[in-house]
Design a binder for this molecule. Sequence first.
Ligand code: SR1
Ligand code: MG
Length: 385
Amino acid sequence: MAWINGYAPLTLDAVGPFAAPYLDGEPVQVREISDGNLNLVFRVRSQKSSVIVKQAVPYLRVAGESWPLTRHRARIESEALAVHSKLAPGVLPALLHFDESMSALVLEDLVDHVTWREALMAEQPHPGVAEAVGEYTGVVILGTSDILLSSRQRKALRRDFVYSELSLVTEELVFTAPYRDAASNRYDEELVTLARGLRSDRALRAAAAKMRFAFKSRAEALIHGDLHTGSVMVKEGDTKVIDLEFAYFGPFGFDPGVLLGNLALSRIAHEEAGHHAYCTVVDASASAYWHSLTEQCRRLWDAREPWLAQFLDRLVDDAARFAGMEMIRRVVGLAHVKDIDVLEQPARFAAQTRAISGGRVLLLGEPVHSFNDLWHRAVGEEGFS
Ligand code: SR1
Ligand code: MG
């Protein structure tokens, strides 16, 4: 591939000098730590400090050059980080530098953190994490919406964060491919019948199409756009939300739905693995997340708008349906979750089946009016008390 306008993918040799201005001392160690689906990621250390360099490549890293993408996502991430950091100081990593031509961000290194997904999989306690992410979600959805911004401010922000190329990736991978015989779908042999069932279920396809329309058309707030448990980094006493390249103006309920869908997948995986004690930890985290999110909404709500109750009622129903979409796509779509993929049979098949049925119940059920109702439907009656 030929590179233009000063862009070239960073190499182990090039990334040290690139990061040097943001280190305390000369670079002494460079490691590539890319494990996401989209970007190149490096950790560069000096004797006294370290930084992360994250660079967009002009294709979907997980799919290779056959799935081309622009590198605009790097700019989107840098700008969304700035907006969200103002609203939720301390919850996002510091952006030390953004290089437009290299499509690269130099970020604070979260040295002792692990992803929330890893902490959940290792059955670790994670006090305060759900509350912090709930607070972040609430502050961001109200703080970038017409509830708290003037029309002029909100329109200006909206212009900067359009429905992006990565929104199209989500549209395809979450809302479309699982309900079609798409080449990107991936699932175990044992799931062939269930996967076919998703495609032939007219009511389910209609429900999915309705949520896709909501995702495309309801520009309500500058949301994270990919708030799964791998987009949260945790260590004792500190929680950071990362990976904002999917940020766009979307529905209030999308981030909460994705987050709760991923917590539900974690809960189901633990239950099928026989980790019953830890299930109550996941239940408590999901509940704490919702409580913290709705507390922020109540705290920030503009008292001149007499429809907070209706807002919260619609939020939980939307979150439930987006959670359902997330649960289904993480089993039959391109991008799975490790929580379930690491399970041995027969637990793996049982968890996958429950994820699909939980997703189906969320998508097809009567309106959801409470968190408890959402969670019951997502994780199934048997385990949740
Ligand atoms: C090909 S990109 C796959 C997934 O990774 C991201 O984190 C998003 O969840 C996306 O759907
Ligand atoms: Mg990501």
